[in-house]
Ligand binder design. Structure first.
Ligand SMILES: NC(=O)c1ccc[n+]([C@@H]2O[C@H](COP(=O)([O-])OP(=O)(O)OC[C@H]3O[C@@H](n4cnc5c(N)ncnc54)[C@H](O)[C@@H]3O)[C@@H](O)[C@H]2O)c1
Ligand SMILES: CC(C)[C@H](C(=O)O)[C@@H](O)C(=O)O
Ligand SMILES: [Mg+2]
Length: 373
């Protein structure tokens, strides 16, 4: 089959990690006889530099017409360090999410047995953790009216939600729970916020349509603590935009590194796949960033396209790289050799291309310019 994939490399480490994801996709295409037609599009700081706009119209068109979108990351230090700049890279990503109505952001968080030692949390606490976060992505405080007074002494961001916006992601979260451990936890701040109370009321009502799924509620401040104290109590987490952004980065410590966590952002017509992490500008061009979040985002993309065997092939290759310790420095201890970004990508592509060949000799896999830390 032929698929058109919009690729948005973005800024910082974005281009390096998406290059590795493309290597994995190329290997999948070869083994399973598909054609992936990549259409590269600009977004973020690189797009501002080229066109003055973080989301040029051409990018929107390429994304709308693609079967799926694979995004690296956007953002650059000069914007992070200057709050007065009005045009910002992040506006590109936010507008794209809104323009394509990618309302349902799914962020799976797992404790891989091989990576238990990489988490600062105790092994017995995180072992067996398997959570999926359903984060509402196109409303809430991110998209409410923003104002700053003329004298610059007062600013406000409005948070609003409608029942429809809450309902559409809630149904998806309950349906996901039905195929998992049958539990949904709504994370909110209903003791303070009117929007959270609307979430509780709406989600409780919808929950009645899913009697096989248990529903509980937790305030965000407590949830930030429970997710590190007792992550196994969670199955599907459902939450609004800002809380979902924060709780998913907290949950990353369970996985051992933010560099391995992938996400999908799905709407009625389009779907975008990207790492949870940002553009990690300090690592840009150094060939040290972990490409697994991008590679696993490509696997989520294949799942979405109905290519389950192909997605499994990527997943198996990633697990093999972890088993063999062919990983970047974020997953290594002090004084251990780490593979470069490109070498991890090469290994994964090679493994996909050759995994049915039991004679593949992993000892021959060349680690190339390893980094010692
Ligand atoms: N979806 C996105 O494109 C996205 C997401 C988050 C942040 N951002 C942007 O990224 C820029 C940097 O933000 P930040 O520093 O808060 O977050 P970040 O995720 O880029 O980096 C935070 C830390 O996480 C680790 N990290 C991140 N990605 C990694 C990888 N692939 N391999 C190994 N370690 C990794 C590093 O230790 C890094 O210091 C900002 O401009 C921000 O707006 C973009
Ligand atoms: C870059 C930023 C706008 C984005 C968000 O806040 O949604 C990021 O942190 C994420 O988690 O995808
Ligand atoms: Mg974030």
């Amino acid at each position: 089959m032929k698929y058109t994939i919009a690729i948005i490399p973005g800024d910082g480490i974005g281009p390096e990690v998406t290059t590795q994801a493309k290597k994995a996709l190329d290997a999948v295409a070869e083994v399973y006889d598909h054609i992936f037609l990549y259409k590269e599009a600009q977004m973020g700081a690189c797009a501002i530099d080229k066109t003055g706009d973080p989301l040029p119209q051409e990018t929107i068109e390429i994304c709308k017409n693609a079967d799926a979108i694979l995004c690296g990351a956007i953002g650059e230090l000069k914007y992070d360090n200057d709050p007065t700049l009005k045009i910002r890279p992040e506006q590109g990503l936010l507008r794209l999410r809104q323009e394509l109505e990618l309302f349902c952001n799914v962020r799976p968080v797992k404790a891989y047995p091989k990576l238990l030692k990489n988490s600062p949390l105790k092994k017995e606490i995180i072992s067996g953790t398997d959570i999926v976060i359903y984060r509402e992505l196109t409303s809430g405080i991110y998209f409410g009216k923003k104002e700053i007074s003329e004298d610059g002494l007062k600013a406000s961001d409005v948070c609003s939600y409608t029942v429809d916006e809450i309902s559409r992601i809630t149904h998806l979260a309950f349906k996901a729970a039905q195929d998992r451990k049958k539990k949904v936890t709504l994370i909110d701040k209903a003791n303070v916020l009117a929007t959270s109370r609307l979430w509780r009321k709406t989600v409780a009502k919808i929950g009645e349509q899913y009697p096989d799924v248990a529903l509980d509620f937790m305030f965000i401040d407590n949830a930030a603590m429970q997710i590190v104290l007792n992550p196994k109590r969670f199955d599907v987490i459902l939450t609004e935009n800002l809380f979902g952004d924060v709780i998913s980065d907290v949950a990353c410590v369970i996985g051992g590194s933010i560099g391995i966590l992938a996400s999908s952002s799905v709407g009625e017509k389009n779907a975008l796949f990207e790492p949870i992490h940002g553009s990690y500008p300090q690592a840009a061009g150094k060939d040290i960033a972990n490409p697994l979040a991008s590679i696993l985002s490509a696997a989520l993309m294949l799942e979405h396209l109905g290519l389950h065997d192909e997605a499994d092939a990527i997943q198996r290759a990633v697990e093999k790289s972890l088993d063999l310790g062919i990983t970047t420095q974020d997953l290594k201890g002090k004084n251990q050799y780490a593979a470069s970004t490109a070498k991890v990508g090469d290994f994964i592509a090679d493994y996909i291309a050759n995994q049915e060949d039991s004679n593949m000799n992993f000892k021959n896999i060349h680690m190339g310019q390893s980094t010692i830390i």
